[in-house]
Design a protein around this ligand. Structure first.
Ligand code: IMP
Length: 199
């Protein structure tokens, strides 16, 4: 059992999902809303690199074990794009906010008539201790991209992603069902396994 853990994000959805999954293994879970956590620019060129940047900065500032994540959609026929730029592809030039209809449209346009519409979501969690100990946990879910997008239950690229072996997009699926199979759930399950052994 870990005494304290800081989740280095203000994203409430992520905090709830991570805290729910880790509650058996951590006595007190804090988030960036409870404790001052530095804002970090994601300057690395990999998911793990960016997750580590955020977790290291948080561990240094708070002197507590810190958890950060980075995630995205990788499209095989596009060489893994949008990848670490998944959020950025939805940013509108000169305007605030994000438009994922636009970002999904970019992907579909770039795929054109390509028969390979396979893609995967990936989530990487970085756990960093104040003494410098570091661990990485990765989860992936494979699937295919459909057009037009369908469903309004999820977020981001969910409406165009059909997980392998399923008929519905992540956007059509009940949130509990997505939470059981998602990339983030898989990474969290690996982290839970690790924390079970943590004295
Ligand atoms: P970040 O991990 O907060 O940097 O966000 C990465 C981006 O990847 C999000 O803005 C979404 O565009 C995309 N993404 C990550 N996970 C999911 C998911 O489960 N569904 C849909 N989009 C996702």
């Amino acid at each position: 059992m870990l005494e304290k853990l800081v989740i280095a994000t203000h994203n409430k959805g992520k905090v709830v999902e991570m805290a729910t999954s880790l509650q058996e293994h951590v006595r007190t879970i804090l988030s960036a809303d409870d404790i001052d956590v530095p804002e970090v620019e994601e300057t690395e060129d990999s998911f793990a690199g960016n997750a580590l940047l955020k977790a290291r900065a948080c561990a240094k500032a708070t002197k507590l074990p810190s958890l950060a994540d980075d995630s995205g959609l990788c499209v095989n026929a596009l060489g893994g794009k949008p990848g670490i730029h998944s959020a950025r592809w939805a940013e509108l030039e000169g305007q605030e906010g994000r438009d994922f209809k636009l970002a999904m449209g970019f992907i579909d346009d770039k795929l054109g008539k390509n028969k390979d519409r396979s893609a995967y979501f990936i989530a990487v969690l970085a756990l960093v201790f104040p003494d410098g100990e570091e661990h990485i946990f990765e989860g992936r879910i494979e699937g295919n991209l459909i057009w037009p997008p369908s469903g309004d239950k999820g977020f981001g690229y969910d409406p165009m992603f059909v997980p392998e072996g399923k008929r519905q997009t992540f956007g059509e699926m009940e949130p509990e069902e997505k939470r059981k199979i998602s990339h983030r759930a898989k990474a969290l399950a690996k982290l839970s396994e690790f924390l079970k052994t943590y004295a």
